[in-house]
Design a protein around this ligand. Structure first.
Ligand code: PMP
Length: 286
């Protein structure tokens, strides 16, 4: 593969892209990111991702690398240059480097590092994984306390996915103080008696862009939604469950900790929400 990527103002072949070894993104995970999906060569919910990026940067007192309009142009150019019809645009901003390692932030005028690259994923929308549904396990949530900031500290979520794989499953839901927080890379929901239940927004979970859109669409479709804390046992007794994320949209969950939900196939509400989400998102894509 030889993608064209974007690094600090330049479009380059991926093999020629360079970042300093002193970059704080590399040394300290002092970095935030966004992932925007691409369908029909257009960006899904770009505004939502740009807004959350700004919030993550503000929370960490990190400078904005460029304007929202410039970011949009870079996204679009990369989609075009790499011929992406279905896939993802990954964006990362780091606090940059002043040429050494120090816990103290570098001077405020240090230029942030901006990197973007595409991932080509034909069949992202019509995904066999979504038709089958995902099996999840539950694990302790031992991440830091500011999960609302989308940092690149992804070692524990990555270990969580590996724990799931080792158990013959697809993903893990994390549990803190007896309640489910979220999936390793998605927000978590269950459905019981027609009601969709998901954890309310707080610093304990990422404020998913897909979550926001899906909850709005569920309300518009007259589905009942309750935002409250829930346990893994409640989820195991549910009629169905699902997750949401920009990279997998609405993903049905068919098994939790070895307990099959319903008849073990994707539930009707998850399937319907996936359809509505894909349909509405394609229409609003830019
Ligand atoms: N929670 C976590 C921990 C995530 O990593 C993600 C995906 N980035 C999400 C939720 C879903 O967020 P979004 O819908 O914005 O992709």
């Amino acid at each position: 593969m030889n993608r064209t990527v974007f690094v600090n103002g330049e479009y380059l072949p991926e093999t020629e892209a360079k970042i300093s070894i002193f970059d704080r993104g590399f040394l300290m995970a002092d970095a935030v990111y966004e992932v925007t999906s691409v369908l029909d060569s257009k960006l899904i919910d770009f505004d939502g991702h740009a807004l959350r990026l700004k919030r993550s940067l503000d929370e960490l007192q990190m400078a904005e690398p460029c304007t929202k309009e410039e970011l949009l142009e870079i996204h679009r150019k990369l989609v075009e240059k790499n011929g992406i019809e279905e896939g993802l645009v990954y964006l990362q901003v780091t606090r940059g480097s002043d040429g050494d390692r120090d816990f103290v932030f570098p001077p405020a005028d240090t230029k942030p590092t901006l990197v973007l690259f595409t991932q080509n994923k034909p069949g992202l929308a019509d995904s066999p994984a979504a038709r089958k549904g995902a099996k999840v396990i539950s694990i302790d949530d031992i991440r830091w306390g500011r999960r609302d900031i989308k940092t690149t500290q992804l070692l524990y979520p990555s270990l969580g996915k590996m724990m799931a794989k080792a158990a013959g499953c697809d993903d893990a839901w994390m549990i803190e103080d007896g309640h489910v927080t979220e999936g390793t890379s998605n927000n978590a929901y269950f459905v019981k008696g027609g009601k969709i239940v998901t954890r309310p927004l707080s610093n304990e979970i990422l404020h998913g862009i897909t979550r926001k859109a899906v909850l709005r669409m569920a309300a518009e479709a007259q589905m009942e939604v309750e935002e409250r804390l829930f346990t893994i046992d409640e989820a195991k007794e549910a009629d169905e469950a699902f997750t949401t994320s920009a990279s997998a949209f609405v993903m049905p969950v068919i098994e939790i900790d070895g307990v099959q939900l319903g008849d073990g196939s994707p539930g009707p509400i998850a399937k319907r929400l996936r359809e509505i989400y894909l349909d509405e998102s394609r229409k609003a894509a830019i």
